[in-house]
Design a protein around this ligand. Structure first.
Ligand code: S3P
Length: 446
C-alpha cells in the first residue's frame, strides 16, 4: 500500500496550456466520504463486507490503514474492490503506533468518535496541514459524552484518547454545520449508554446515517435532529460507492466554461445533501442534465451531462453553502469565467479546510489578473478575461485541480506548484482530464 501523505516525497507541478474543451464519457473515482464510512462501518460489523468502487486515494487509504492497524482483516483495494472481515462492535485491538490520518480531516474526526468508545488508548495524528485544523469541534462534545480525549495546544492534533471510559448519550446542538462532527458523535453513540442526538444548524451530508441503515442499524431523523441508540449490532453488507460529485465538479465547471464542450460523467452520487454545486451552477446559467437517475444501494446516482454555456455572476444563496462546501475552489473558477460579479458569504468554514481556501483562491485568481476581494466569510469575484500565471496550490488538492481547469479559458499557460496532494481525493486526475481534452502536462520531481 502507498504511504500516507505525510511520508510522500514526490513533488508534482501542473502546466496547463491555454484552450481546449472537454468531451466524451468518463467516470471519476469513488466518493471519498462514502469510502471512509464503508471502511469504518464494515470493520465494526459482524461478517464480511464487500465494497465496490472504493476510492483508492490517500485519504480513504489512511482510514483503511488505521483500521488494519487495529487488527481488522482488510483485502484490497484492487480495482476499487475491498473485502473487510468485520470484527464486531467490540472487536478492535490497540494499534502499536499512533494512527496517521495524513491529510484527511474525515479520518481524524470520525475516528476520534469511534475510538472514544474503545477500551484501549489511541493517538491520532496527520500531516502538516491536518496539524493546523481545529479539533475542539469533536473533542468538546465527545468529552461531554464521557470520553477522555485531548487535543494539543490550541485544540489542534495530535489527539490522545484514553480508552475504557464509559460513554453516555448526549443531546448536542452543533455550532457549525459539519457532517464530520455529526458523524463522529453518531459513531461514538454506537458505544454509548442511552441515546445520542445531534441537531444540525443546516443540512449536511447524510452518508453516515444512510450507511448505518444499510448495516442494519436504526438511526432516527426528526427534522434537523438525528438520534442513535447505543449497542446496536451492525450486520455486514455490500456497498457500491458512487462516483464522487466533488471530483465530478471540476469537470462540470471545465465543460461549462470551455466552448464546444459536451461531457458525460457516469454514475455520480447525487444525494441531495451533496448537490449544492448543481444548484449553484444552474443559477449561473450552466447546462446540466441528469440522466438515468437510480439508486446504488442507499445512495442516489445519475449520469450527468454538461455542455458549454455562458455563465453569469450570482449571489450564492447561503443555504446552499453546506451542500457545496468542498466545491467552492472550482466554483470560484466558474465565477471568474462568468459575466458580472459573484458573491459568496456564510462560508467561513472554507478558512479551515486543507488550506485557507478563501485566501488561496483569491491569491491565485489575482495572480491570473482576476479581481477578487476576500471577506472573513467569503469572497467577491468579478468575472473577466485572464492570462497566464504561477499558482501555489498550498498543497491543497482542490485548489490544484480548480486552477488546472482554469487553463481552459486562460490567454496563456498556467503553472501550478505542489500538486502531489491531488492523490488524496482524485488519483488519476491528470490522465483522466487529459483523456477528455484538458491540455495538462505533469512535471514530477524528487
Ligand atoms: C466531510 C464533511 C465536510 C467536507 C469533507 C468531508 C465528510 O467537512 O468538507 O471534505 O465526509 O463528512 P465538515 O464536516 O468539516 O464540513
Amino acid at each position: 500500500l502507498k504511504a500516507t501523505n505525510s511520508q510522500t516525497t514526490v513533488f508534482l507541478n501542473y502546466h496547463v496550456s491555454p484552450g481546449g474543451c472537454l468531451t466524451g464519457r468518463i467516470r471519476v473515482p469513488g466518493d471519498k466520504s462514502i469510502s471512509h464510512r464503508a471502511i469504518m462501518l464494515g470493520s465494526l460489523a459482524s461478517g464480511t463486507t464487500h465494497i465496490d468502487g472504493f476510492l483508492e486515494g490517500e485519504d480513504a487509504l489512511a482510514t483503511l490503514q488505521a483500521l488494519r492497524a487495529m487488527g481488522v482483516g482488510i483485502d484490497g483495494p484492487q480495482n476499487g474492490r475491498v473485502r473487510i472481515e468485520g470484527v464486531g462492535l467490540k472487536g478492535l485491538k490497540p494499534a502499536h503506533d499512533s494512527l496517521d490520518c495524513g491529510n484527511s480531516g474525515t479520518s481524524i474526526r470520525l475516528l476520534a468518535g469511534l475510538l472514544s468508545g474503545q477500551d484501549f488508548d489511541s493517538e491520532l495524528t496527520g500531516d502538516a496541514s491536518l496539524l493546523r485544523r481545529p479539533m475542539n469541534r469533536v473533542v468538546l462534545p465527545l468529552r461531554s459524552m464521557g470520553a477522555d480525549i485531548h487535543a494539543a495546544e490550541g485544540g489542534l492534533p495530535p489527539l490522545k484518547i484514553h480508552g475504557g471510559r464509559p460513554l453516555r448519550g448526549i443531546d448536542y446542538v452543533m455550532p457549525v454545520a459539519s457532517a464530520q462532527v455529526k458523524s463522529a458523535l453518531l459513531l461514538a453513540g454506537l458505544f454509548a449508554r442511552g441515546t445520542t442526538c445531534v441537531v444540525e444548524p443546516a443540512p449536511t451530508r447524510d452518508h453516515t446515517e444512510r450507511m448505518l441503515h444499510a448495516f442494519g442499524c436504526s438511526v432516527q431523523r426528526n427534522g434537523n435532529r438525528i438520534c442513535i441508540t447505543g449497542n446496536q449490532e451492525l450486520q455486514a453488507t455490500s456497498i457500491n460507492v458512487p462516483a464522487d460529485i466533488s471530483s465530478a465538479a471540476f469537470f462540470m465547471v471545465g465543460a461549462s466554461i470551455a466552448p464546444d464542450s459536451d461531457l458525460v460523467l457516469e454514475a455520480v452520487g447525487v444525494n441531495p445533501t451533496r448537490t449544492g454545486v448543481l444548484d449553484i451552477l444552474r443559477l449561473m446559467g450552466a447546462h446540466i442534465e441528469l440522466h438515468n437517475e437510480r439508486l446504488l444501494g442507499d445512495e442516489p446516482v445519475a449520469d450527468i451531462r454538461v455542455t458549454h454555456a455562458p455563465l453569469h455572476g450570482i449571489r450564492i444563496p447561503t443555504e446552499l453553502v453546506p451542500l457545496a462546501i468542498d466545491e467552492f475552489p472550482i466554483l470560484c473558477i466558474a465565477a471568474a469565467n462568468a459575466v458580472g460579479e459573484t458573491l459568496l458569504t456564510g462560508a467561513q468554514e472554507l478558512r479551515v479546510k486543507e488550506s485557507d481556501r478563501i485566501q488561496a483562491m483569491a491569491d491565485g485568481l489575482i495572480a491570473l489578473g482576476i479581481k477578487a476581494q476576500t471577506m472573513p466569510d467569503g469572497i467577491r469575484i468579478a468575472g473577466g478575461a485572464y492570462g497566464s500565471g504561477e499558482i501555489d496550490s498550498q498543497r491543497d488538492h482542490r485548489i490544484a485541480m480548480a486552477f488546472a481547469m482554469a487553463g481552459l479559458r486562460a490567454a496563456g499557460p498556467i503553472h501550478i506548484s505542489n500538486c502531489d496532494n491531488v492523490a488524496t481525493s482524485f488519483p488519476g486526475f491528470d490522465a483522466l482530464s487529459q483523456a477528455c481534452g484538458l491540455p495538462l502536462a505533469v512535471e514530477r520531481r524528487g
